[in-house]
Design a protein around this ligand. Structure first.
Ligand SMILES: Cc1ncc(COP(=O)(O)O)c(C=O)c1O
Length: 368
């Protein structure tokens, strides 16, 4: 068998995005695909060779920095939110230079923070959230001590799309002289395009680093995460010497890394612009509302009224529903607390997709 035919067979087993209502990734924008192809063999691990690609990355970081209200931001495009969070906390730990370091994160933080605790040997303290699933600032303050190197706030939680009180957390971080990291892996490319956006970014003086992923709502090709620092000095805490490369030092976690994420993210943001991104976000929010209306008509209550295009509905039968849907090749997810089924309404989830889903969902409800 021709190898490409063989590959096709494997690919056919994948579930198409049109039946995926659980992922924070989406179909790349067509312009992202074109850009990706142009940069297939690029390696930003050796920026002296890939000079143009490196220049493009700087331009993209400047563009993202300005969107985050900071025209001297510094950073790079990495493999995703996990790496970005690792690097944000690693920079905080290196910068703060404390013995037995700890970080304080909301209970709702992404599981990448567990990896961070393990890899970086920092204690991860989890603060309670309130009834709206936002972290309690007083609780964060209680957990902070002389060994705390970072306070983390989330702008767009993985399970509910909620935004923590970043303004208050940043003030607390400033008061205590602690690094503040914002995990906006998902919300970073949603919130700026919403009406009356919550100030989650560098407008808050305490915020030193932000995770923001183009391969989520930025419709870039995978992998494309982003770690952005307030300025160059914070990025410098990550540098190691690179004796045999075209550069003298390297601040990234991986060595060899693709330029495809840079090119595809740049192509999307540049070609759609602010107005284009606003339209994409508006459609996702409208479709989220449409799903909420359908679900309410079926007597399902959202855990919180959706803040962005992530929504969960309470049900004790969450696992059974998910399982039955999966048998029919529809993918949703569940959350831990409270028991609920969760949806992410990405750009690939159209109104028609929601209608088709609800038809299948009704049938599943009869069976569970
Ligand atoms: C808030 C948040 N942070 C970090 C991550 C990790 O991102 P990645 O899977 O790209 O490593 C996710 C993924 O969903 C996320 O929602």
């Amino acid at each position: 068998m021709d190898v490409l035919k063989e590959l096709e067979e494997f690919r056919k087993k994948d579930i198409p995005y049109t039946r995926v209502l659980s992922s924070m990734c989406t179909l790349p924008h067509p312009i992202a695909v074109e850009a990706h192809k142009m940069f297939l063999n690029t390696n930003l691990g050796d920026p002296g060779i890939f000079r143009g690609t490196f220049e493009l990355e700087k331009k993209l970081i400047k563009m993202i920095g300005e969107m985050l209200h900071n025209d001297i931001a510094s950073g790079y495009i990495c493999s995703g939110g996990t790496e970005a969070n690792i690097q944000g906390i690693r920079a905080a730990r290196n910068f703060m230079k404390k013995k037995n370091p700890n970080i304080v994160v909301p209970k709702t933080a992404h599981f990448s923070f567990e990896k961070i605790g393990d890899i970086l040997r920092v204690e991860v303290r989890r603060a309670k959230v309130d009834e709206e699933y936002k972290v309690e600032v007083a609780e964060v303050e209680n957990l902070v001590d002389d060994s705390t190197v970072a306070i983390v706030g989330i702008a767009g939680t993985t399970e509910l799309g909620q935004i923590d009180p970043i303004v208050e957390l940043s003030k607390l971080a400033e008061e205590k002289g602690i690094w503040m990291h914002v995990d906006a892996a998902f919300g970073g490319l949603v919130i700026p395009f919403m009406d009356d956006p919550y100030p989650f970014d560098f407008v808050n003086k305490g915020v030193k680093s932000i995770t923001i992923d183009p391969h989520k709502m930025g419709m870039a090709t995978i992998p494309a995460g982003g770690i952005i620092f307030r300025d160059q000095s914070y990025l410098k805490t990550l540098e190691v010497e690179t004796p045999y490369l075209t550069s003298k030092t390297q601040y990234t976690l991986t060595g060899t890394r693709p330029g495809t994420g840079v090119a595809s993210a740049y192509a999307v943001l540049k070609s759609l612009g602010y107005e284009g991104m606003k339209k994409v976000v508006k459609t996702c929010l409208k479709n989220t509302r449409a799903l909420v209306d359908e679900m309410k008509a079926l007597n399902f209550e959202p855990v919180i009224e959706p803040v962005m295009n992530v929504v969960a509905f309470k049900t004790e039968k969450a696992d059974k529903i998910k399982e039955e849907l999966y048998k029919r090749e529809w993918v949703i997810s569940t959350i831990r607390n409270p028991r609920a089924i969760r949806f992410v309404i990405m750009p690939h989830v159209s109104e028609e997709t929601i209608k088709s889903f609800i038809e299948v969902f009704r049938k599943v409800l009869v069976e569970v």
